[in-house]
Design a protein around this ligand. Sequence first.
Ligand SMILES: C[S@@+](CC[C@H](N)C(=O)[O-])C[C@H]1O[C@@H](n2cnc3c(N)ncnc32)[C@H](O)[C@@H]1O
Length: 170
Amino acid sequence: MGAGENKLYYGDNLDVLRRHIRDESVDPIYLDPLFQSGQDYNASFRAPDGSRAPAQVRAFKDTWTWGHEAASNYDDVIEIGGDLASAMAAMRSFLGECDLLAYLAMMARRLRELHRVLKPSGSLYLHCDPRASHYLKTLLDATFGPYCFRNEHMAASALADEVWAVSEDA
Ligand SMILES: C[S@@+](CC[C@H](N)C(=O)[O-])C[C@H]1O[C@@H](n2cnc3c(N)ncnc32)[C@H](O)[C@@H]1O
């Protein structure tokens, strides 16, 4: 890829990171990952006149269960060792093998890859919400070091089905 060219990858971000992105090659990283909302999301289609059509497809799932895939994600993090493995083991000891731990194991593998590809001078912005933000911050501290944390931005928004919701960009 020549200087100034952009490239869009489609696929599982763990696979893309491992296969295509060099160590310490990325300046800014922004991620708006799954939030562990416990919901699946559909995409709606619009009719040619712009009105909402009844057709929908499943856009993405944000429901998690502890099972073979989650255990494999967890084992992968533990095998590499270091602070990230210690943080995951600590979370397992008090959360147990649950949906939340499955989500965190998925995120931990990806945060480790993001650490590998981020330049020492780069910045990472993680968009999440209060359901898992405190655990994610701990995983970030374990991955990047606690003194790399810079700031947390909070935004309030009213959602149709909730009186109050807070989302965080940290
Ligand atoms: C919270 S949504 C972000 C939506 C996006 N920022 C937007 O405004 O449209 C999370 C997105 O991550 C995608 N996603 C989930 N797991 C992924 C994975 N392993 N690799 C790549 N993308 C994934 C989902 O398909 C979904 O589009």
